[in-house]
Design a protein around this ligand. Structure first.
Ligand code: SF4
Length: 242
């Protein structure tokens, strides 16, 4: 059993609620989406990956282990394209694991063994050059399969009783009504007693926010009506580390 791997490396988690934790990142090649802001463009295509076996991946992880290691992050690309490999790695290693997913492959997710942490992206139509839905309009939601699949994935994860958070990358052009409708819809779909924190991640580079800082406060206040909310930029880019 092999999967295309772009890189396996040790660094600090630079996004989301595990920010600052030392991790070993297993970056898979291949993605089912094509986001315009993707900062791992090489991992979108399987052609950049080297086919590695479970043994080779495990050996590399063991080699990179440091005393401050918190967890192993499966990232990409989209790791859920390689569920069998991930299940096998988790079966053979006694670490904590984080899945970083775009959340659009619920059928694959349902075949994955339980994870300790899951970071699930909520993708907005403006993240894609070729997706034209307007989520400020309620009837456009029904046609936006990406979000429908993300909701299905969240429902599976809730059954797992794992640590989940959602991440929304916002752009200076992101409309408040889009975010409002997304969080309203999430609150309708997710049982009231389930708390799923939402991380607002301002798109990098951060200097593009110079004249739009108020919007970040407004996004946070909107989401805060329904969920616990964090504003967390990509710290690895500020530190200039991988
Ligand atoms: S889902 Fe992630 S890896 Fe895939 S294209 Fe979008 S940003 Fe890139």
């Amino acid at each position: 059993m092999k999967a295309p791997i772009v890189e396996i490396f040790s660094s600090f988690q630079g996004e989301g609620l595990l920010i600052g934790r030392r991790q070993i990142f297993v970056r898979f090649a291949g993605c089912n989406l094509d986001c315009s802001y993707c900062d791992t463009a090489k991992s979108k295509s399987t052609e950049y990956g080297t086919q590695l076996s479970v043994e080779e991946i495990i050996n590399k992880i063991e080699e990179l282990k440091t005393p401050d290691l918190h967890s192993i992050s499966f990232t990409g690309g989209e790791p859920l394209l390689y569920v069998d490999i991930i299940n096998e790695i988790m079966k053979r290693l006694n670490f904590k694991f984080l899945l970083e997913t775009n959340g659009t492959l619920p059928d694959s997710l349902s075949n994955l063994n339980n994870m300790d942490y899951v970071s699930l992206d909520i993708k907005l139509p403006e993240h894609f050059n070729n997706v034209k839905h307007d989520l400020t309009q309620d009837n456009d939601f029904k046609k936006y399969d990406i979000f429908e699949n993300e909701i299905k994935s969240l429902k599976i994860l809730i059954e797992w009783d794992t640590n989940i958070y959602c991440k929304i990358v916002v752009l200076p052009s992101t409309k408040l009504d889009t975010i409002k409708n997304i969080v309203k819809r999430l609150s309708n779909e997710i049982p009231e007693d389930i708390e799923i924190p939402i991380v607002i991640q301002p798109s990098s580079p951060l200097n593009q926010w110079q004249n739009h800082k108020n919007k970040l406060f407004e996004f946070s206040e909107l989401i805060g009506k329904y969920n616990s909310v964090f504003l967390i930029p990509q710290v690895h880019k500020i530190l200039d580390i991988e």
